[in-house]
Design a protein around this ligand. Structure first.
Ligand code: SF4
Ligand code: SF4
Length: 459
């Protein structure tokens, strides 16, 4: 590992927004009530969407596959509950618009809330007795995807590559987005599960070395993970790195630079340079799939923000509507003006509260006008004053103002000459712009228009 002159592991650019984690960081994970209905989206990942494997009227059991496809880049989806399929219908998806979903009416008489059961991961499992291929196949069958936001099928990420063997695996435990503490609470409450998942992922991907990277504003998590690592594994080839607290430290390209002082080529991905990055929640889900023999049906969701009555961390059934998830947290208060899937920097505002949570939904954040800022809330943009702040902080060293200007004038080729598609949509440029220009919004729009132009998406 290579630190900067101040001894910190960091990357160029980035910002320091208020982290607002005090609302939930001391809230132990609560088991959410069983919802009345779930909507299991058939597309919750990058890659081929699933086709339903059940039909209207079918009885389903918790843990049963309800959607699958043969494609390599795909992950099956499972029911989190016992119930009956009401219909296969369209539901709002945070990113993809309207997506097919398996709608299941829950049998409320026959559905005790699922628990996390940390004791399963402390003893008795023989890590030597399972082969890398068995782990990868179990991960595929359990429907695992990157739970930090991207949703790339984990089976594909773990696959060894002869041309570019994995030299190192980084566990991304930064959780740099303001308000979100679901991974932090998992590290404090279920470190055994995370460490078991790390060992399994290391074996499955044939990575000789692992670094668990945690931001240095989480000393309790660093201590807990270091202690449990010594107790359960020793320190051989699995280390912990305290990285500088800065947004977007959890961007995988930025994290690789911070921890290893290496750069992923523009337009490239970490496996090209022999690096695997997995999110903390994903490693916990690997342990649950392999050791507890249970697929990805539940996850911890941070429900936070000044606009929600009882902020906290809730262990929820995937497929629960955001309306019902918010009810678990006491509902929104009279100051709430915006509900976001994710955090305030990278999250997406949602209008349809029937939108279900998916495998990648780590947080629901409810903001008030004060948190958004009056000018931003009223969308009061003024002309660019050429201050250069957006260039200084862009962690990808792009020119956000040039890209946004080109998109505004529908000059997508010009936007591409400024490497528009290399933007990681971190939101830093919009955050610092004194003219309140929604630079990230323009860039996201430009990327969608470009994809449509290439006929990758329907008009
Ligand atoms: S241009 Fe993209 S990568 Fe750069 S600061 Fe803006 S959103 Fe982040
Ligand atoms: S931060 Fe805003 S005002 Fe400053 S150069 Fe960028 S777009 Fe212009």
């Amino acid at each position: 590992m290579t630190a900067n002159a101040k001894g910190q592991f960091t990357f160029p650019g980035g910002v320091h927004p208020p982290d607002s984690k005090t609302l939930t960081e001391d809230s132990p994970i609560q088991i959410a009530p069983v919802p009345k209905q779930v909507a299991i989206m058939l597309s919750q990942h990058i890659g081929a969407p699933c086709s339903p494997t059940v039909q209207k009227g079918d009885e389903v059991q918790a843990g049963q596959v309800v959607g699958n496809a043969d494609a390599f880049v795909c992950a099956p989806v499972h029911s989190p509950v016992n119930g009956k399929v009401k219909e296969i219908a369209l539901r709002s998806h945070v990113v993809l618009g309207r997506v097919q979903a398996v709608i299941i009416d829950v049998d409320l008489e026959n559905n005790p809330p699922k628990k996390i059961n940390p004791e399963k991961y402390t003893n008795g499992f023989d890590f030597d007795a399972i082969s890398p291929l068995q782990i990868r196949d179990t991960v595929r069958n359990a429907g695992l995807v990157g739970m930090g936001g991207a949703g790339f099928p984990t089976r594909v990420k773990l696959e060894p590559n002869e041309q570019s063997p994995k030299k190192i695996m980084i566990v991304n435990a930064c959780e740099c987005e303001p308000y979100i503490t679901c991974d932090y609470r998992m590290m404090l409450e279920n470190p055994e599960q995370i460490i078991a998942g790390v060992k399994l992922a290391k074996k499955a991907s044939e990575s000789p070395r692992v670094i668990i990277a945690i931001e240095d504003n989480k000393p309790k998590a660093i201590q807990m993970m270091a202690r449990k690592l010594r107790e359960l594994h020793g320190t051989e080839n699995i280390e912990i790195a305290a990285v500088k607290t800065k947004y977007p430290q959890g961007g995988e390209r930025q994290l690789i630079t911070s921890v290893l002082n290496q750069y992923v080529p523009t337009g490239g991905i970490p496996p090209m340079i022999g690096i695997l990055v997995l999110n903390t929640a994903t490693t916990a889900a690997i342990a649950e799939a392999v050791i507890a023999d249970w697929p990805l049906t539940h996850r911890v969701v941070t429900i936070s923000g000044e606009g929600v009555s009882n902020p906290g961390n809730y262990y929820c059934s995937i497929g629960t509507s955001i309306a019902e998830v918010l009810e678990f947290a006491g509902g929104t208060n009279s100051e709430a003006v915006r509900i976001i899937s994710g955090g305030p920097m990278m999250g997406i505002a949602i209008a349809d509260l029937d939108t279900p949570i998916t495998k990648t939904s780590g947080a629901i954040t409810v903001l008030t006008k004060q948190q958004i800022g009056k000018a931003k809330f009223a969308n009061q943009q003024t002309p660019c004053i050429r201050c250069g702040r957006c260039l200084e902080i862009c962690p990808e060293q792009l020119n956000p103002t040039k890209i946004a200007h080109a998109v505004k004038h529908e000059l997508l080729d010009t936007a591409q000459t400024y490497f528009m598609t290399a933007c990681i949509e971190c939101g830093c440029c919009s955050y610092v712009c004194p003219a309140n220009i929604e630079l990230t919004g323009y860039i996201k729009t430009g990327k969608i228009l470009l994809a449509r132009q290439k006929k990758k998406m329907p008009q």
